[in-house]
Design a protein around this ligand. Structure first.
Ligand SMILES: *Cc1c(COP(=O)(O)O)cnc(C)c1O
Length: 376
């Protein structure tokens, strides 16, 4: 069986965990955590980074920092992971779903403006498969209407947006706030883990407080206050040093991981093009303004029945391919609450998208050989 995912492991992870244990400090915000944060700040020009226990938690921090309250509206794609929506729904927000692009599951920037009202507080973009949303257009809209932008960059480590001058801007460095995931299914991992990036300095002071359970503990340790107390809302968001030590070993190998994943992605792309055309299947599209990080190799089947057929044939051949999100606007939780426009692109990706195995140790030729036998 060729599994869908197998987390990368450099061999140094356990050494670094042992060294954290030997130092006698395994809670959060220690040497390994700070090293990871500084590395990512410098490598990508991010604002301040805060490692969190998951991307889900980083999104919840973002919702708190945006001061989202009952009745505020938050625009996001329907084709996304539940955590994108939960974080804001937990604060009482009304979730307003936007459709995906016809050529890519990311939010269609042209569908956003008509959804904006006086109550719109935040636009959350999701860089699906590490492929950028059209950020220049989205940031322009946000400035025009004075709305905050949160990038759910869970899948987008080491991905870039190409601006009009074709400059490469790292995803996660553009929105007011951004979130990343280091879950075992992502390009680099520490089991469960995530990160909030604060690019807009207005949020910095509060971010530190929210991160530390709503206390001014950080200020206390800097000697700014005499005792530390409850000063705001917050929660237990800080990533433990055990996980941060693991993550450091992965960060040391980021270029190696990315190079290998990209080679696999390209191998799929080249080998499957004529098969796909023949079957009426559309391979992953990368819009001209986007680079990607080989997080997912996906394709879109002509219909639901054909998708189920392809999955079945791949399973029979020992290949674990998988579908992805079910649009949130038609989820059991949201059903009945949705009265917006038909989101036909989101529905298309829910019904027709397939993801192929993609991980460091993969031998793509083994999968390709099986796929070429499949009839859509
Ligand atoms: C993986 C993922 C998340 C959640 O990440 P966790 O670290 O597992 O909480 C959120 N949003 C998107 C788009 C994701 O792919």
């Amino acid at each position: 069986m060729i599994t869908f995912n197998k987390p990368y492991y450099s061999g140094k992870e356990v050494d670094y965990i042992q060294s954290a244990v030997r130092q006698g400090s395994i809670s959060g915000n220690g040497d390994f955590g700070r090293k990871c944060q500084q590395y990512l700040e410098q490598r990508y020009g991010f604002g301040k980074c805060f490692l969190t226990t998951s991307c889900t938690q980083a999104l919840e921090m973002a919702a708190l920092l945006c001061d989202v309250k009952q009745g505020d509206e938050v625009i996001m794609p329907s084709y996304t992971f539940v955590s994108t929506a939960n974080a804001f729904a937990l604060r009482g927000a009304q979730i307003v779903f936007a459709d995906s692009r016809p050529d890519h599951p990311g939010v269609d920037e042209k569908r956003i403006e008509s959804l904006i009202t006086e109550r719109t507080k935040v636009i959350v973009v999701v860089h699906y498969a590490g492929v950028a949303c059209d950020m220049d257009k989205i940031m322009l809209l946000a400035h025009k209407y004075n709305i905050l932008v949160v990038e759910d960059a869970a899948q987008a480590i080491d991905s870039y947006y190409l601006d009009q001058m074709k400059r490469r801007i790292p995803l996660g460095a553009i929105g007011h706030l951004s979130t990343f995931s280091f879950h075992e299914t992502k390009n680099i991992t520490c089991g469960e883990g995530g990160m909030l990036v604060v690019n807009d300095s207005r949020f910095l002071q509060r971010a530190e407080i929210v991160w530390e359970k709503g206390t001014n503990r950080a200020g206390f340790f800097r000697g700014e206050v005499a005792k530390y107390s409850w000063v705001d809302l917050g929660s237990s968001f800080v990533l433990s040093e055990i996980n941060a030590a693991f993550l450091w070993a992965q960060l040391e190998n980021l270029d190696k991981i990315q190079e290998r994943r990209m080679a696999h992605w390209m191998a799929y792309r080249h080998a499957l093009q004529s098969w796909a055309t023949e079957m009426g299947i559309v391979l992953a599209g990368i819009p001209e303004y986007a680079c990607h990080n080989a997080h997912i190799f996906y394709f879109v089947c002509p219909g639901l029945e054909s998708r189920e057929n392809v999955l079945k044939q791949l399973k029979e051949r020992g290949v674990q391919a998988v579908f992805h999100y079910q649009s949130l606007h038609s989820s059991p939780y949201f059903q009945g609450g949705y009265d917006g426009p038909i989101l036909s692109e989101a529905d298309k990706y829910s019904d027709c998208l397939i993801r192929l195995p993609l991980f460091f140790e993969l031998e793509p030729a083994q999968v390709i050989e099986k796929i070429l036998e499949v009839v859509a």
